[in-house]
Design a protein around this ligand. Structure first.
Ligand code: NAP
Length: 360
């Protein structure tokens, strides 16, 4: 028995120290106390995890928050909870499925028609290491949602962002981009054997390359764009990984893992920092590791790859050169999916202007 005492106590001490110091080593809170009353923030995938806590903190700071989520029940529950805890009534749930180009176009059209301004767009939603699923349009799910969906959404909101300048776009990337490779011959895993880890890494590298090329194209417009790795955060992102797939790992390993990594509240701080910090005024085209600017991996600094990715992505999502959308007419089905189910939680009323609510 005594031979176990030393390893067990060393393990206990290491785990205890890790828990105690994790908040400090993982970046802490956003140092800026800036408030954002009068500003509108659009945030994708905001019903849980980092997105939900980012929405909560930006609501606390007085913003008008539009949460774009694919599951309206979860979205409305989260929006209601945030309105309750922040006492900010201007938190709205809105349907957005990034795995559907039609849904993205519907969402963007509504924002463009109903919102006077968009000051901050946070491309937060993400899917990690899912099976080889395809989006509604036949793209690899991770490339389609994490990159192409946000690529299209951002382009469709660009005029509004420019009208609202100075405005900011924030792309949730990941440290995983460092092992990513963009396979221009087979972006959607149609020819080679599907590798879910590589598919995630490719999509996150695409987020950083997109940030670089968008910043280049937006020079002089007053719209800035930066990419961020939020740190390792205890969220639902690992839902498709082994950690959640057996009774032992979900009941024993997963809670232990959660103790050692950041809470979603802390994981939201880098996005909040990029969205509000005064020192981020005019900063564009950069990559942040939590709240510190870092050089991304060499393949994320490749301007030619960034340009090529932009061109291929434009073609795949149906944008013409110059960023103009070649819009397909939305189907009745998409229109009904895009509708808000509770008129009390529609995108309005904005005190500054009257908003036409969808379905009204
Ligand atoms: N957690 C980390 O350690 C970590 C590390 C590096 C980077 N990141 C990045 O941080 C971002 C946020 O991740 P998270 O950790 O907060 O993960 P999460 O808890 O799994 O949240 C992801 C969000 O994205 C939404 N989403 C997924 N597919 C969507 C779709 N087709 N359309 C619209 N929304 C969709 C999810 O909605 P549902 O709930 O309906 O599925 C959910 O709201 C991701 O981009 C991720 O890559 C996270």
């Amino acid at each position: 028995m005594s031979r176990y005492i030393l390893p067990v106590s060393v393990f206990g001490t290491v785990a205890g120290c890790a828990v105690l110091i994790k908040n400090h080593v993982t970046g802490g809170r956003c140092p800026s106390k800036a408030t954002i009353k009068g500003k509108t923030v659009v945030i994708t995938g905001a019903n849980t995890g980092i997105g939900k806590e980012t929405a909560r903190e930006l609501a606390t700071r007085g913003g008008r928050i539009i949460m774009g989520c694919r599951d309206m029940e979860k979205c409305e529950t989260a929006a209601k909870e945030i309105r309750g805890t922040t006492l900010n009534p201007h938190v709205y749930a809105c349907h957005l499925d990034l795995a559907s180009m039609k849904s993205i176009r519907e969402f963007a059209e509504r924002i463009n028609q109903e919102e006077k301004r968009v000051d901050v767009l946070i491309n937060n939603a993400g899917v990690m290491r899912c099976p080889g699923w395809k989006t509604e349009d036949g793209f690899d799910m991770q490339f389609g949602v994490n990159h192409l969906g946000h690529f299209l959404l951002t382009n469709l909101l660009l005029e509004k962002l420019k009208e609202s300048a100075p405005s900011r776009v924030i792309n949730l990337a990941s440290l995983a981009h460092i092992v990513g490779k963009i396979d221009f011959e087979d972006l959607n895993w149609e020819r080679k054997k599907f590798d879910t880890k590589q598919a995630y890494c490719q999509s996150k590298l695409a987020n950083v390359l997109f940030t670089r090329e968008l910043a280049r194209r937006l020079k002089g417009t007053g719209v800035t764009v930066n990419a961020v790795h939020p740190g390792v955060v205890a969220t639902e992102l690992g839902r498709h990984t082994g950690l959640h797939q057996s009774q032992f790992s979900s009941s024993v390993l997963s809670p232990f893992f959660s103790m050692l990594v950041k809470s979603p509240k802390l994981g939201a701080q880098p996005s909040v920092f990029l969205a509000v910090a005064e020192e981020m005024d005019g900063v564009t085209g950069r990559y942040y590791d939590v709240m510190t600017e870092k050089e991304p991996a060499p393949q994320a600094l490749d301007d030619e790859a960034a340009r090529q990715l932009w061109e291929v992505s434009s073609r795949l999502v149906g944008l013409e050169e110059g960023g103009q959308p070649s819009l397909a007419k939305p189907s009745a089905d998409t229109e009904s999916k895009a509708g808000l189910t509770d008129p009390a939680q529609t995108l309005g009323p904005n005190p500054e202007h009257s908003i036409r609510t969808v379905g009204a």
